[in-house]
Design a binder for this molecule. Structure first.
Ligand SMILES: Nc1ncnc2c1ncn2[C@@H]1O[C@H](COP(=O)(O)OP(=O)(O)OP(=O)(O)O)[C@@H](O)[C@H]1O
Ligand SMILES: [Mg+2]
Length: 660
């Protein structure tokens, strides 16, 4: 049932996404980014410095000489000897100051760690916010057809799951991985300085870990992506069933529904188990290898110490060194700094894979081409000059004119907005190769009332979708006041058309706000007036809070007819020269309809109106009635003329297809 399909994302797209994220960070937070990078390095070096300090300084330069002194009989108390008599050969300071240096390094490490976590979280939140803004901004400009092709659940999960996993990656995984890499690098460098042989042991185990990680991560990564997609599907299914709960109940679909849900949930479970199984084996396996390495170094190092083997490192390339307890201790710590990050990175790898898949979906949506608007003719406020011609003014006059800038440099011209619509030989299909409208020609003079009738699916709504350019026509021309509508700015074209849709959409907010949607700067008085005109005032007054009643879930607490009345009021308040009413009165009882029609007659006065209705009363007095069938206009004329013609209209009428 759920059609929520979350496409798998190709590797290349993920790489591209990473690059774009990086560019975003560099553009918005270059300072913080460098601070974070610097802090990560400090943390890594502080870690390595600590290891160095513990082995090479504390053990080799303080503890060992003190023990030697004790053995040689120079002192009876190695501890006081160390405190008072030993100075570090590296730093030339005593034991306590050395400890303070160690503490200092430790504190610097903690501060740097706090710094990068804090700022990286900040950057991540910022990027997350920016992405949400971009997504929403971009979504406002996507063509209607985009939403024909993508389910709401699909679009929603980009905002929720994908954006969130992206934040998780930026705030946690990326800094963790960066710090892991830097730490590994630093640890390895200092190991090379200290001793080649032991470094090779660490490196060998490291390589083994790397391949183990790669093996498991590539297996779990696949399942993590599948898990995320299944999560989207499951959520989409739940969403759909919440909104469709009445249908579910009425058709006794509960049991089937639960089964269907269980299938999704089961798949989600399987994928999660698979993903986590590999991920869960990985950590212990890497840890065990780490322990093995520990033991190896202790063993080999110990043997070296005992046998007085001569070692070699970059720090003593020529002279070489003998192995000391301190050196082995330091090395054990270095090796830990080297291998621990491998496990950590392995854990983050899945988050990163998922987040990058999400990021590529985010970018795919923001890259989706927006509605193209090549229009340049604008709608402006105007007043009449002495010759009756329009003159542009900035204040609201209630009169409108089309403003045509001319590309050849000649003067801008103005013509009155009249509301004349000419549709000429229009062909159209929502999808290629499936034409739903054929050679449609409709002329509407200003102030005329044009009605469309015809069976379901004939293409009535489609015609109105073309007038406001929700979709672009394949062939033919539509002219508004003799201007090709392609030349009119979309926003201005739509402003000049008032629409009441077949399916009424109300937003969460008060009744007042919902009506005002038609004209954002309308005063309360204007709202009342529009409501009265649409005959909505009476029922609104009876609502618990009147005009301040808050509507939720698209006005679920109102009757269908009441919702339509609000939609009519919303169209009325905009005061447009052309009105399109798609089944606007289909759910209103005949008595109310008579009143609404009366009210509407008032607002229709002087306006061009397109009415789509199954009810005869609404269209009877139209200037022209167009009978549509399978995308063709098969009859046209006045009510009486069409009846006399005894064609399809007559059939529809007498066959009660059109309700009286
Ligand atoms: N978004 C869309 N994508 C693809 N095809 C569509 C879309 N909307 C409508 N159609 C198809 O276009 C044809 C005309 O639909 P349209 O909505 O214009 O019919 P209608 O005359 O308004 O019917 P009704 O009286 O039921 O409202 C139908 O065959 C329909 O399946
Ligand atoms: Mg329709």
């Amino acid at each position: 049932m759920s059609t929520n399909k979350r496409p798998e994302v190709m590797k290349g797209a993920r790489k591209g996404a990473l690059k774009r994220l990086f560019m975003m960070i560099m553009k918005d937070y270059p300072g913080y980014f460098f601070l974070v990078t610097f802090a990560i390095m400090v943390v890594a070096f502080a870690g390595v410095a600590n290891s160095f300090f513990v082995g090479n300084i504390l053990i080799d330069e303080f503890i060992q000489p003190s023990l030697d002194a004790l053995e040689a009989g120079l002192t009876t108390n190695a501890y006081t000897y160390m405190l008072n008599n030993v100075t570090s050969t590296t730093f030339g300071i005593g034991f306590v100051p050395s400890l303070m240096v160690l503490g200092g390094i430790f504190i610097i490490g903690i501060l740097a760690s706090y710094t990068y976590n804090f700022f990286m979280a900040y950057i991540a939140q910022g990027i997350q916010k920016e992405i949400r803004d971009n997504l929403f901004d971009h979504m406002q400009n996507l063509p209607v057809s985009y939403f024909d092709q993508h389910t709401h659940g699909d679009v929603m999960s980009v905002y929720t799951n994908d954006v969130d996993s992206l934040r998780e990656m930026l705030a946690r995984s990326i800094p963790m991985m960066t710090s892991s890499i830097v730490t590994m690098f630093a640890a390895f460098v200092i190991m090379l300085f200290t001793d080649f042989y032991l470094a090779i042991v660490v490196l060998l185990v490291g390589v083994l870990m790397f391949f183990l990680t790669k093996f498991f991560a590539s297996r779990s990564g696949r399942h993590f992506i599948k898990m995320q997609m299944e999560l989207g599907r499951t959520n989409g299914y739940i969403e759909e069933m919440i909104s469709g709960q009445k249908v579910v109940k009425v058709f006794n679909y509960e049991k089937k529904n639960v089964e269907e849900f269980k299938k999704h949930n089961e798949e989600l479970f399987t994928q999660s188990v698979q993903a986590n199984r590999y991920a869960n084996i990985l950590m212990p396996a890497v840890n065990q290898l780490g322990n093995l390495q520990y033991a190896l170094i202790a063993l080999i190092g110990g043997l070296f110490v005992i046998n007085g083997v001569k070692g070699l490192g970059f720090s003593d390339l020529l002279s070489g060194h003998i192995y000391s307890m301190g050196l082995i201790t330091s090395f054990l710590l270095y090796s830990k700094s080297f291998t621990q990050p491998i496990g950590q990175m392995a854990m983050q790898l899945n988050t990163v894979t998922m987040a990058l898949a999400g990021a590529s979906r985010i970018f795919a949506m923001t890259d989706e081409p927006v509605e193209i608007d090549e229009g340049y003719v604008e709608l402006v406020n105007a007043r009449e000059d002495e010759n009756g011609n329009p003159v542009e003014v900035s204040e609201h006059t209630g009169k409108w004119a089309w403003k045509h800038p001319h590309t050849d440099g000649s003067q801008t011209t103005y013509t009155w907005l009249k509301g004349k619509i000419n549709v000429n030989g229009v062909d159209f299909g929502y999808v290629p190769n499936k034409i739903v409208l054929h050679d449609i020609t409709v002329y509407a003079e200003p102030g005329q009332k044009i009605a469309f009738v015809g069976p379901t699916g004939a293409g009535k709504t489609t015609i109105t979708n073309l007038l406001n350019r929700f979709y672009d026509i394949a062939d033919g021309k539509i002219r508004y006041d003799d201007i090709n509508i392609n030349k009119i700015k979309k926003a201005d074209l739509r402003r000049s058309l008032g629409m009441v849709f077949q399916d009424t959409k109300l937003f969460t907010g008060t009744v007042m706000e919902n009506i005002r949607y038609g004209k954002l700067d309308a005063s309360d008085e204007e709202v009342y007036k529009a409501a009265k005109l649409a005959n909505a005032d009476t029922f609104i007054q009876q609502l618990p809070e009147g005009y301040n009643t808050v509507l939720k879930n698209g006005g679920a607490s109102l009757s269908q007819g009441q919702r339509q009345l609000l939609a009519i009021a919303r169209a009325a308040i905009a005061n447009p020269p052309v009105l399109i009413l798609d089944e606007a009165t289909s759910s209103i009882d005949s008595r109310t309809e008579a009143m609404v029609t009366k009210g509407m007659d008032a607002i229709m006065e002087g306006r061009t109106v397109f009415v789509i209705a199954h009810r005869l009363s609404t269209i009877k007095n139209s200037d022209v009635i167009m009978v549509l069938d399978h995308g063709h206009i098969i009859e046209r004329g006045s009510h009486d003329a069409l009846l006399a013609q005894k064609g399809k209209y007559y059939q529809l009428y007498t066959g009660n297809a059109i309700k009286e």
